[in-house]
Ligand binder design. Structure first.
Ligand code: SF4
Length: 117
């Protein structure tokens, strides 16, 4: 089976073709750097994503948050359920941890700005 992907590692957006046998990667073409090759292999075997969402602030409102590392794509919705119930202190600053080691992925969910602007 052939899978066509757009590499999302950098803005160049190389078009990748991956030859697969089941979940086994046989070959990758179209990449112009090693990061693209790694992306294609990971995307076809164990896709990872950065979670970007918002978390509720105690007392009202929300603050944007993201994971500081990628997490397995299949866990994104479970991660969002946890973040949606994780209230952030109104005095929280940019980079404060909202959820530590979410779902044992090794990634922390952190604020991407001060709550008070
Ligand atoms: S293969 Fe390399 S150059 Fe091409 S989009 Fe991916 S990271 Fe960028």
């Amino acid at each position: 089976m052939t899978r066509e992907l757009t590499c999302i590692v950098c803005p160049k957006g190389c078009q990748l073709k991956v030859e697969l046998e089941g979940k086994k990667v046989l070959s990758v073409t179209g990449y112009t750097c090693k990061r693209g090759l790694a992306y294609a292999e990971t995307e076809c075997t164990a896709p990872m994503r950065t979670l970007t969402t918002t978390a509720p602030v105690t007392g009202g409102g929300v603050v944007p948050v993201k994971t500081d590392k990628t997490v397995p794509k299949e866990l994104l919705f479970k991660c969002m359920e946890i973040v949606n119930k994780s209230y952030v202190d109104p005095d929280a600053k940019l980079g404060d941890i909202v959820v530590e080691n979410i779902l044992n992925t090794g990634a922390n969910v952190v604020t991407t700005r001060n709550v008070k602007i």
